[in-house]
Design a protein around this ligand. Sequence first.
Ligand SMILES: Nc1ncnc2c1ncn2[C@@H]1O[C@H](COP(=O)(O)OP(=O)(O)OP(=O)(O)O)[C@@H](O)[C@H]1O
Ligand SMILES: [Mg+2]
Length: 525
Amino acid sequence: MRSFINGSVGTIVGETSPIEFRFLISRMIGNGTYVKAKADGKDWVLARVENLRRSNTAFSINQFNGSDNKRAGREIVLAEARVMGVGGNGRLHLPTTPVRPGDPVFLADDKLIKTALGLSKGELYIGQLRGYNICVELDANTLVQKHCSVLAKTGSGKSYTAAVILEELLEKDVALLIIDPHGEYISMKEPNREGDFAKFNLKPRGYDVVVYTPTDMATNLRADRPFRFYGLNLSARELAKMIPPENGSGQIGLLYETISALSAEIDPYSLEDIIDQVVRSNSKVKWNLVGHLESLLELGLYSSSETPLDELLRPGRASVMDMTGIIPELQAMIVAKLLTEIFEARKRQLISPGMLVIEEAHNYIPERGTGNAASTNIIRTIAAEGRKFGLGLMVISQRPARVDKNVLSQCNTQIIMRVTNPNDLKALSKGLEGMTIELEEEIKSLPPGIAMLVSNEIERPITVDVRARKSKHGGVSTPIISDKNSSAFDRLEAARTNSNSLKWPKIEYKSGGSLLRKIFGVGKI
Ligand SMILES: Nc1ncnc2c1ncn2[C@@H]1O[C@H](COP(=O)(O)OP(=O)(O)OP(=O)(O)O)[C@@H](O)[C@H]1O
Ligand SMILES: [Mg+2]
């Protein structure tokens, strides 16, 4: 007959080490439970159950005699616990000595978990520690200044979780600019009508959201305003950035020649003037160039009255750049130009600080060898230097392995939801300190709405039951053609290789403040 100390959940058995121990449980507990045991009879060691193994002596492989009497043998449940640290002084550090076999193990109390893990140091409420009524609050400073990533397979709740964080940031008067390939964040305008508001102690509400479209307003009926670049006296260098590089030096040369001649004749000249001038040339490649330029004209992206950049970053407002209806390669070019202008304006403090949110980031910052995008360089620069100039970054992707490692490695807060693809898991493991086989297994089986949070502010990776959204969720499934995991970019690549029918840049018509000043220590205009 085993004897257990009153109130304990088990007894430490076998060999122990400063980082892990096993205990025989006396009361059933689940995976992920936080427990405590005394280190050398003094401070409490906080540990997390990461595996449970159940066995029965009558049913061991060597002794099984065909009987189906489960009471005949002795059933034991062995818990494997990973040491989080010694939380005696409110700050975790790993113990220098292992816990003692034979000592009792207790359930950790909420206070110990909260203080030891550092869960209540921030002001952004993102949910509750899984299995507990403990609020998880992130530090706004760290999140914005040191960037953030949200990574998980499709349908696991990335956009939902990202929106929860964005809601919290808007309530703290942070300015947001969201690059939104599918217009998912438009619904943040409206209050949520469904969700467990009581559990998370929330009230539904909508937010100040302005939706921009780089195409014409008739093409994107959900947009509030058009987004326009300044389109008079465009330099050849500027315009060449909007023409795919594989179109050869012939077209680019013709563009330089044309604009050089035009600028001597007309002031100001428009995109139409450039096209007229190209048409008059004798070059063999002129019609290809005219095709590109006309598509840009048709898109309506250039205008004599451009969108002021300071309008895009307003404290407490989310500007959504809805990319619906624009082919991916052109999206990346628009993002490259837009973010370059934002970065330059921010360097000169002409616009408010803010957070840039990149949805489907694998399309805008593909990892080397998985694709090219015009926006890669500027996003890398912002990831490396944005902090100095008051620009934070949030990158969201369903394919961690396909997102630029340089950018991911700059994200100090990582929110990981369910990931099953081995390459993606490998990419995640490489970038995470303290990743164990058990945590990897846990990531593979996270249910929707549960996130693993890794942050400098929180002592160890934790799992969070993400709170309900206050605003309406507008998530849409990523459009799928043949391959579930293929991105729009992959499909573009495939279409290019397989047929000549896809012309560039043909438009796919519609198918369907104050805290920041504290955070960055920089002045608002
Ligand atoms: N914390 C949560 N609480 C309640 N429901 C959630 C939560 N997280 C996700 N969901 C539900 O899961 C569904 C998928 O979530 P979401 O759209 O965020 O997935 P995703 O990972 O962004 O998918 P995709 O890769 O297709 O963009 C949503 O429709 C939402 O209702
Ligand atoms: Mg999504």
